[in-house]
Design a binder for this molecule. Structure first.
Ligand code: NG1
Ligand code: ZN
Length: 524
């Protein structure tokens, strides 16, 4: 029987242990690690089919990002580093929900729907994992899946999500984007970064010193390996290197959501603290000023800093390329006002989830996209890339643009590459973190989670800023918001948790808190 071995191995080693229906969502599959073995196995099967379908290497990343340590998850990476194509997200859901005996039929149906995938064609799958204790075991399950479907595996071991995206892309484009190895990633980025500061690492109020909060995860390991390549161009002191619990009271998600300094990092005044999340694809900055006041600089601050710098370089180089910024509804209103009114850079709003932002960013020659939580990157159209590289021969600003392009990991949001991008802009401007922070002041805001019987009853439109159902909810939200100066609030069902998220901002923290509570009550 076709795919018979896939069924046999499933029954013998990876039987289905969960009966409830599960869905491949924005974060792939993510849940308690104990419930994931059969899903990992099946994603190994699916990655093999997808590799045959695309005639390219497919990536499988085992991580639950910023979630607590007992969780885990899996995401597939398409050939050019993109998130899995929507039709294949549906296939992933089908295969994950099939019975053990139904696996062969599900695989055959997927193969047929994809236009006839031959079961004996070669397939290569790149696998990476984060530092969770369960990730090693779950890697074995993915490998078993690939092998049962007749494919081959290259295991990158413990690696960040963005490095896996990078190597998949580099392998599939024949090495044009870079060398498809972890070392190739460090080399490409470090070389470009060093060129941007040949005149010395200190400049004006900028000092090349950072405190690095590794969230006790893979980001710390990647950064430690990266440091030798970076030489003196940046001095990073490492904290939360794995001595504590992953993502616990530290890391990008904790710092952003709790708006607190990470534990385990000394509270040095006027020092930049860089926090990454559990798979190193998000980054958040924070600092304590000379008066002891704490400030957090999120994805919006990064996006506006970067977009402003690109605008300046474009102007100086004389290149007429369309620059734009993509945010989500969670972007602080003050950041949107700053970038549109002060800098005059167009801003587009996308639904939550980087694949949506990425898609919208494609409409620009240079698309800067960031979620407020620090996940994002910059992408360049083919036209922009060529124009910049050509102009770089004779023009200093274009040359800088070209080097900045090589610091960026375009394949996906990348905490370490984004950090080096921020450091590049701060260095170019001679800015301290305080200078950067003073560009605009965030509107006070609050995020809340509300548990409801069925979150699917809430549907939204206009990039999730307006509720369509239940009937009347949006009118109620509007009438509540009207009571708060500078008030803005929206609700949407989470794509990764069984909750509804409420976001509110207002001119005071008390106002934002009360607005979130009032809107939360209207949802409940
Ligand atoms: P959900 O749970 O759909 O809000 C969260 C984040 C997203 C994205 C995904 C994937 C917020 C408000 N939401 O999505 O931005 O990062 O997880 O990990 O931060
Ligand atoms: Zn992450």
């Amino acid at each position: 029987m076709v795919y018979g071995e896939a069924v046999q191995v499933a029954k013998a080693k990876y039987p289905k242990s969960v009966t409830k229906t599960i869905k491949y969502g924005t974060a792939g599959f993510r849940t308690k690690a104990d419930e994931l073995d059969f899903i990992m196995y099946r994603m190994g099967l699916l990655a093999t089919l997808r590799a045959r379908d695309t005639k390219a290497v497919i990536g499988v990343m085992i991580t639950a990002s910023h979630n607590p340590e007992p969780d885990n998850g899996v995401k597939l990476i398409d050939p050019m580093g993109e998130m899995l194509a929507p039709a294949w997200e549906a296939h992933a859901t089908t295969l994950a929900n099939a019975t053990d005996d139904g696996i062969a039929e599900a695989m055959a149906t997927i193969a047929k729907e994809a236009g006839g995938i031959k079961e004996d064609e070669k397939a290569l799958v790149f696998v990476g994992r984060d530092t969770r204790p369960s990730s090693d075991r779950l890697r074995d399950a993915v490998v078993a899946g690939v092998k049962a479907a007749g494919g081959e595996v290259k295991d990158f071991g413990v690696v960040s999500t963005p490095i896996l995206h990078f190597v998949v892309t580099c392998h599939n484009d024949g090495g044009q984007y870079g060398e498809p190895t972890e070392e190739g990633y460090y080399k490409k980025i470090a070389q470009a970064f060093a060129k941007l500061r040949v005149s010395g690492a200190s400049r004006g109020s900028y000092e090349p010193t950072i405190l690095f909060d590794g969230a006790n995860g893979v980001g710390a390991i990647m950064m430690e390996r990266f440091i030798p390549y970076l030489g003196d161009s940046i001095k990073s002191t490492m904290y939360n290197k794995g001595e504590g619990v992953l993502n616990h009271l530290c890391g990008a998600d904790y710092v952003k959501v709790q708006q607190k300094w990470p534990e385990g990092v000394p509270q040095a005044q006027n020092s930049r603290c860089v926090s990454v999340d559990g798979d190193a694809d998000r980054v958040i900055y924070s600092f304590i000023d000379k008066n002891g006041k704490y400030s957090m600089l999120d994805g919006d601050k990064i996006a506006t800093l970067v977009a402003g710098y690109f605008q300046e370089l474009l102007k100086a180089s004389g290149l007429t390329l369309k620059l734009g910024l993509v945010q989500t509804a969670y972007a602080n209103g003050a950041s949107t006002a700053y970038i549109t009114e002060k800098l005059g850079v167009p801003v587009a709003c996308a639904k939550t989830g980087v694949k949506h932002l990425h898609h919208v960013a494609l409409q620009f020659d240079i698309g800067v996209y960031f979620e407020a939580n620090g996940h994002g990157t910059v992408i360049f159209s083919k036209n922009a890339r060529e124009a910049i590289r050509n102009a770089a021969q004779a023009n200093e600003s274009a040359q800088k643009l070209s080097q900045v392009m090589d610091v960026i990991n375009e394949t996906v949001g990348d905490a370490i590459s984004d950090m080096l991008l921020v450091e590049t802009v701060l260095h170019a401007r001679g800015w301290s973190i305080e200078d950067w922070n003073s560009a605009y002041a965030d509107l006070p805001n609050r995020q809340m989670k509300v548990t409801v019987a069925d979150r699917a009853v809430i549907t939204t439109t206009d990039a999730e800023r307006v509720c369509v159902t239940p009937a009347g909810l949006q009118d109620t939200i509007n009438s509540i918001v009207a009571n708060y100066p500078n008030g803005r609030s929206f609700v949407r069902p989470s794509g990764t948790e069984d909750i509804v998220r409420v976001y509110a901002e207002a001119s005071t923290q008390e106002g934002a808190d009360n607005l979130a509570i009032a809107v939360g009550n209207a949802v409940y």
